[in-house]
Design a binder for this molecule. Structure first.
Ligand code: HT9
Ligand code: FE2
Length: 311
């Protein structure tokens, strides 16, 4: 049972073709102090994939999987999809929800953690979109879900499988998006990442050494961000004689560009150059347990209460 009359899948958005790439990057970085040089580099990552971000297809599949899971549990709840940085833009989705008579929606965000980029910025998106739309529904963001089994269990299974393919001395590297040290909510974000890493390590590889590393940093070089960077860390491990790594992208719910490029291309190439075997564990999003998580959160009595937006 649920008090809500709609579920909103809220995501980051991504380009759908080469002409979308620069306008998308300008949307993402407006007012955010990211050097032009960095934007041009990141644009190349998207061009390598035809200018198409994997995140949109992931969202379409996730929406379909959530709809199928709700139907299988006889829960009659329409699912909408809106993004921060690209079509379908959140404000347009909220306008459609209002036109359809939605009064109270729960938002499931494609980020599992607390902190500014992962949670607070999505609350700002919701507030801004509601301001733009007369008669907008109430929208409660569902709580951060990084400690829930629907998010953790697929990583545990994936890490066990990866380690089975690697030599006994393989090191486990848990990786997440870096953020500036000065970012609001950074301490909560790091505490959750450490907790998730420790939980997954304990269950999939008890006693084996592991490290938490960061990736995809941007911003001016003089600004301190969370470290160590995954590539720098692999260099250090290689020098210490580590010959294999199992890389667990705990910072991501699905195969975003940071996974498909920054890990599968950049970090994998780095590992190859160092002579280190590299196995990247899958993200949870294609797993049915992850789609079920949206239903679990929206049907829990406390579901929307933990982090309300726009009451
Ligand atoms: C913590 C975090 C997450 C995880 C939480 C979540 O999932 O929301 C995340 C997700 C994502 N970040 C994404 C893309 C980008 N992020 C950028 C820039 C930035 N990210 C930051 C942090 C995070 N980002 C930060 C502190 C910046 C600096 C500028 C700013 O303070 O905003 C830039 C600009 C270029 C660059 O600097 O790299 C791009 C293109 C995509 C889409 C990828 C795709 O297309 O598949 C996704 C899912
Ligand atoms: Fe980002």
């Amino acid at each position: 049972m649920t008090d809500y009359d709609a579920l909103l899948l809220l995501s980051f958005g991504g380009p759908e073709g080469p002409d979308d790439v620069m306008p998308f990057l300008e949307n993402v970085t407006r007012g955010r102090n990211v050097p032009r040089e960095r934007l041009e580099q990141v644009a190349e990552h998207y061009y390598l994939f035809g200018g198409v971000s994997p995140i949109n297809e992931q969202c379409r599949r996730l929406k379909a999987a959530i709809e199928a899971d709700l139907a299988a549990h006889s829960i009659d709840l329409p699912v909408y999809w809106g993004n921060r940085n690209w079509t379908p833009y959140l404000a347009d989705t909220v306008r459609q929800m209002a036109a359809d008579g939605v009064r109270r929606a729960a938002a499931f965000v494609t980020s599992a953690y607390s902190g500014y980029s992962s949670e607070l910025q999505y609350l700002e998106d919701i507030a801004r979109a509601r301001e733009e739309v007369p008669g907008a529904p109430q929208i409660d963001k569902l709580p951060a879900y990084c400690r829930r089994p629907g998010f953790i269990d697929p990583f545990v299974d994936g890490l066990r499988d990866a380690l089975a393919r690697l030599p006994q001395d393989a090191r486990v590297l848990f990786t997440a998006h870096s953020v500036p040290l000065a970012q609001p909510g950074r301490a909560d974000y790091v505490a959750e990442l450490e907790d998730v890493a420790a939980t997954v390590a304990e269950r999939a590889a008890p006693g084996r050494p592991w490290d938490l590393v960061y990736q995809s940093r941007s911003g001016p070089p003089a600004q301190p961000w969370l470290e160590p960077d995954i590539c720098d860390h692999m260099e250090k491990l290689a020098a210490e004689g580590v010959g294999a790594v199992a890389v667990v992208p705990i910072g991501f719910v699905s195969d975003h560009m940071e996974v498909k490029y920054d890990l599968d291309v950049e970090a994998a190439d780095k590992a190859a150059a160092l002579g280190v075997r590299f196995e990247r564990v899958a993200t949870p999003c294609p797993d049915p347990r992850f789609a079920a998580l949206a239903r679990e959160l929206v049907t829990e009595p406390a579901g929307g209460a933990a982090a309300g937006a726009g009451r």
